[in-house]
Design a protein around this ligand. Structure first.
Ligand SMILES: Nc1nc2c(c(=O)[nH]1)N[C@H]1C(S)=C(S)[C@@H](COP(=O)(O)OP(=O)(O)OC[C@H]3O[C@@H](n4cnc5c(=O)[nH]c(N)nc54)[C@H](O)[C@@H]3O)O[C@H]1N2
Ligand SMILES: Nc1nc2c(c(=O)[nH]1)N[C@H]1C(S)=C(S)[C@@H](COP(=O)(O)OP(=O)(O)OC[C@H]3O[C@@H](n4cnc5c(=O)[nH]c(N)nc54)[C@H](O)[C@@H]3O)O[C@H]1N2
Ligand code: SF4
Ligand SMILES: [Mo]
Length: 754
């Protein structure tokens, strides 16, 4: 029997196609290799993929539904009782305080986005309005700027075909974010006609091979990008005609940068003007420029403003909507809403819900307030916010303050330990799964993975789809007409079913939010075994068939009507366990996806103009004599993967997660590599092991992401490895608009432990 089975790596958003060799008993992933036939990754994997069995089999695996006891421990409970009790308690919260007090957090991580669709059915059935997930602590500022300028999420660049690749606060060598990351980076670095540019205070592994490394002081990107635009204007090297034709309100914007003191801005950032001039010259020679911003600027000073300045750089360099430049991808389903309005607000603090999500940094504060409209119950799924959000302690406290908290996960996490009920689910290798991280262009791919292993024999676990179907059925009465539609699938086929179903939803808009669960019940008998959780994709494929039919048809998917096209796409996805090319764009596709009123790119975002003007006052110094260092709390390293892999066995290097420090700072503090030191920030103190690193700028120290997990061991009980960064961060340290945390610049102090 061929035990090599196609699936994907779930350790970062790239989801590289892999083949997994499974043990004879069907429970263990013994070996991994890249899947050469995968349409997006073509056999590429990084060193982390071989560690996937640590996700599948580990001592933290949840195997039974659990309920908190009066004494604060957990006891086993049957699925029937768990579902009945949880549904009854949610209903009680709804009837007492209102359904909008029930909050949904999470719904998917780096490898699994199908649960969110089913989770939204449960929340919809209860009348929930507020939700959030990790995007609202990193990408919502970027998403909103994009929505304001393009009416869509314009985020990615065509790195495969660019002449110049610019990484702003992004270290793709380790964090990836582009397919076949290291191959693509090496190709650019080796080609004398192409340039690799990195903005980073550290000499990151990407900076190691870069042509230009802008080694700015932490938190000064806004000044450097403004100076770059100033230089392009001064030397008249920007794309005038291109802008005149395609960009609205660019004259107003120009005047903001034409009078800035470029030398002063460069000095504030610690960057030589000549280096920016060299970059401006390179950018003026080609519009095939691809840019990528990530956490180094998104979890940083002025993060929403930097997302704006970054996009203004695309405009001044004319790099949008052509081969080798920025594009708007056909993502099958957008990760967040592209509504630029600021009118939707959170109920307690009244902060704007960018991308439709409550900023992560205010959730605990809102719960812990005495405001009558505070959230009262929470469903947390596939996320570990009591570890991943700023000031973890207050998030845990907030969970305990709720009337009800329910966690759906595969592992006993820091968040699960705070819950009233814990519902264990099948892992991403035990059920059909997929993500909507489909950002490629012009060809785009989708991968519905099939289950490849069985749950352990002693595990009583369900898929999220089944959990939510059971909850929804307890909460609302599903109309009999809709349950009857099940027979239509068998008698008349999927196309007729899809047509009936969308008509029914149109006539009964209140049922729209229940659609994923209804589809799951209707289709589960007809889908191939193990693919049942794919049912909600039918709603997604119907939507893209209606809105993106040309790109879908170019990918060879056919169907006479829109319903037939959506069904053909759905069937192709289900029949392609190694992934499928579902969309092929042409040179006009990005322009067609712009949703501004005049079809042009809007350069003017009024609320951010005073922020640009304020830059002339210089950077705020966040350090002082008590906290003289700048800590970046959460760097991506070779053996970090958020909190998807727990325990320490999976790491081959840097097992304890050392704090990196420059040789100068280490010598001033008289510390050596391997020393234990006390790291303090205004929020807390922890002991850390240090590692002297030439990569660090004096004054800048850095801790890795994803450490400090409490993991069950066979012999020593619960053991924590490394530092939980969010014991050191403050939720109030956040962007003025997006509310995203400033984890890259936490004021800190270090002292030797004697
Ligand atoms: N190995 C690994 N890969 C991952 C993950 C993981 O945990 N491990 N997580 C995934 C996730 S969820 C995400 S969001 C991405 C994040 O991917 P990245 O954003 O690339 O990851 P980081 O290492 O957090 O930050 C990138 C860089 O920002 C730099 N930086 C710090 N301060 C500043 C500053 O003020 N300005 C500038 N310009 N740069 C600064 C840091 O030195 C660092 O090199 O990675 C994904 N990939
Ligand atoms: N200080 C600091 N904090 C950070 C960061 C940082 O750089 N610095 N990085 C931030 C970033 S960018 C991100 S994206 C977040 C990530 O933080 P979170 O969004 O909280 O998620 P992960 O750590 O990826 O954890 C994923 C969870 O999903 C569970 N899980 C895995 N598979 C399944 C499944 O099939 N079903 C269910 N129901 N659950 C499953 C895992 O056990 C785990 O609990 O962390 C953020 N936190
Ligand atoms: S780049 Fe590495 S961690 Fe990311 S999906 Fe591919 S193999 Fe997994
Ligand atoms: Mo992330």
């Amino acid at each position: 029997m061929d035990q090599w089975k196609p699936t994907a790596c779930n350790l970062c958003e790239n989801n590289c196609g892999i083949e997994a060799k499974v043990s004879d008993n069907g429970e263990v992933i013994e070996k991994i290799r890249g899947d050469n036939e995968h349409p997006a990754s073509g056999g590429y994997v990084c060193q982390k993929a071989s560690r996937i069995n640590y996700y599948q089999n580990n001592t933290d695996r949840l195997k039974h539904p659990l309920k908190r006891t009066a004494s604060g421990g957990f006891e086993k409970i049957s699925w029937d009782d768990a579902i009945s009790e949880i549904a009854a308690k949610f209903i009680e919260v709804r009837d007492t305080f209102g359904g909008d007090k029930i909050f949904y957090y999470g719904g998917g991580g780096q490898g699994n986005h199908l649960p969110a669709s089913y989770g939204m059915s449960t929340i919809g059935a209860l009348g929930g309005r507020y939700r959030s997930n990790a995007l609202a602590q990193e990408k919502t500022g970027e998403g909103w700027v994009s929505a304001s300028m393009f009416g869509a999420y314009a985020q990615r660049g065509d790195f495969e075909n660019c002449d110049v690749a610019v990484f702003l606060g992004k270290n793709p060598w380790h964090s990836h974010g582009l397919q076949r990351g290291r191959v693509t980076l090496r190709e650019i670095a080796k080609d004398p006609d192409r340039k690799l540019v990195v903005f980073d205070p550290r000499v990151s592994e990407t900076a190691d091979i870069a042509d230009i490394h802008i080694r700015l002081k932490p938190g000064t990107d806004a000044w450097v990008l403004s100076a770059l635009i100033g230089i392009m204007l001064e030397s008249q090297s920007y794309k005038k005609e291109w802008m005149a034709e395609r960009v609205s309100a660019y004259e107003e914007i120009k005047s903001l940068f034409s009078s800035i003191n470029i030398d002063q801005y460069c000095a504030w950032a610690g960057v030589e003007r000549e280096k920016l001039q060299e970059l401006a010259d390179i950018l003026s020679r080609s519009a095939k420029t691809s840019w990528f911003e990530d956490l180094g600027v998104q979890m940083s000073q002025n993060s929403t403003l930097v997302s704006y300045l970054h996009r203004l750089c695309w405009l001044f360099t004319g790099s949008f909507g052509q081969k080798g430049s920025q594009y708007i991808a056909n993502t099958l389903r957008p990760l967040m809403s592209s509504n630029p309005s600021l009118s939707k607000r959170s109920p307690v603090l009244g902060v704007p819900l960018l991308g439709g999500m409550v900023p992560c940094n205010v959730i605990a504060e809102e719960i812990l307030s005495d405001h009558p409209d505070r959230y009262r119950a929470m469903l947390i799924e596939s996320a570990n916010p009591a570890h991943s959000l700023a000031d973890s302690k207050s998030f845990s406290e907030a969970m305990r303050a709720l009337e009800l908290s329910v966690v759906v996960d595969v592992a006993m996490t820091e968040t699960a330990r705070q819950a009233d009920y814990i519902l264990p689910c099948k892992t991403q290798y035990e059920k059909a799964e997929a993500t909507f991280f489909n950002f490629e262009y012009p060809k785009n791919y989708f991968h519905l993975r099939r289950p490849i292993v069985k749950p352990p024999v002693d595990a009583d676990v369900l898929t999220e789809a089944e959990i939510h179907a059971r909850l929804v059925e307890k909460i609302v009465e599903i109309p009999t007409e809709i349950t009857a539609l099940k027979t239509v699938v068998k008698k008349e086929g999927l196309v007729n079913f899809a047509t009936h179903f969308s008509n029914f939803c149109r006539e009964n808009p209140s049922l729209n939010r229940l659609a994923p669960v209804i589809l799951y019940r209707a289709l589960c008998d007809t889908l191939p075994e193990g693919c049942e959780t794919a049912a909600s994709l039918l709603q997604v494929t119907q939507y893209v068939a209606d809105h993106e039919s040309e790109s879908i048809r170019r990918a060879g998917i056919t169907g006479e009507t829109s319903a037939a096209l959506g069904v053909a796409l759905f069937e192709k996805i289900v029949a392609s366990p190694r992934g499928v090319t579902f969309s092929i764009d042409d040179e006009t596709s990005s322009w067609d996806r712009i949703r501004t009123s005049d079809g042009k790119i809007n350069a003017h975002i009024p609320i951010l103009i005073p922020e640009i003007e304020r830059l002339s006052e210089g950077p705020i110094n966040i350090t002082n004599k008590d906290f003289p260092l700048v800590l970046s709390a959460g760097e991506r390293r070779p053996y970090t993967a958020n909190t998807i892999l727990r325990g320490k066995e999976w790491r081959k290097k840097d097992v304890g997660g050392s704090l990196r420090i420059s040789p100068d700072d280490a010598s001033n503090l008289n510390i050596e590599t391997g020393d234990s030191t006390l790291l303090s920030t205004p929020s807390g103190s922890v002991q850390v092991l240090v590692e002297i690193s030439e990569r660090m700028l004096p004054g800048h120290i850095s801790l890795p992401n994803g450490f400090g997990l409490d993991s069950m061991t066979d012999s020593k009980g619960l053991v924590r490895t490394g530092t939980a960064t969010n014991d050191l961060t403050a939720a109030s340290d956040r962007d003025f608009l997006a509310g995203t945390p400033r984890h890259k610049q936490v004021p800190a102090r270090l002292a030797p432990v004697i």
